[in-house]
Design a binder for this molecule. Sequence first.
Ligand SMILES: [Ca+2]
Length: 156
Amino acid sequence: MGKYFLAALGFLMLLTGTAQARPEFRETFLKFYAVKKGEPLEKIECQLCHGTQGFQVRNPYGRALRELVKKGKDVLTTDMLITAEGKDSDGDGYTNLEEIVSGTLPGDPASHPKSHPTNLPVHQVSKSFYVLYAVAASILVGFFAGLRKRKSPSTR
Ligand SMILES: [Ca+2]
């Protein structure tokens, strides 16, 4: 019974961990991009990353950030925001940074700038981010290599 209880608890923790909007992530975003109160990206609140159907559903920008957070320590860093800047997550022809600078929503193709903004800020990802990425990748590779070894039939 104990084993099943722990498995159920783990599953519940996983569910709540992935289904909740993260106000602290939003704070990191607002602070890094110096979004002021009342601006569209501030007023949109949780829908900056989540869809209108509920918090379980992330919009394309939210999914892009989630992929980066998963490889880290469940913390959204400014390096992750910078990494996502060059992508056009919602596929509307404007990069996430162009949208953020213009005050439009990077996760909603219906919201985009009228033209490509000039003088975009240049943000640099810190080197420690690459180290973290490399460590996370090697742990994952090691994990899956271990799994494959365990699954393969015994040759004894
Ligand atoms: Ca876009």
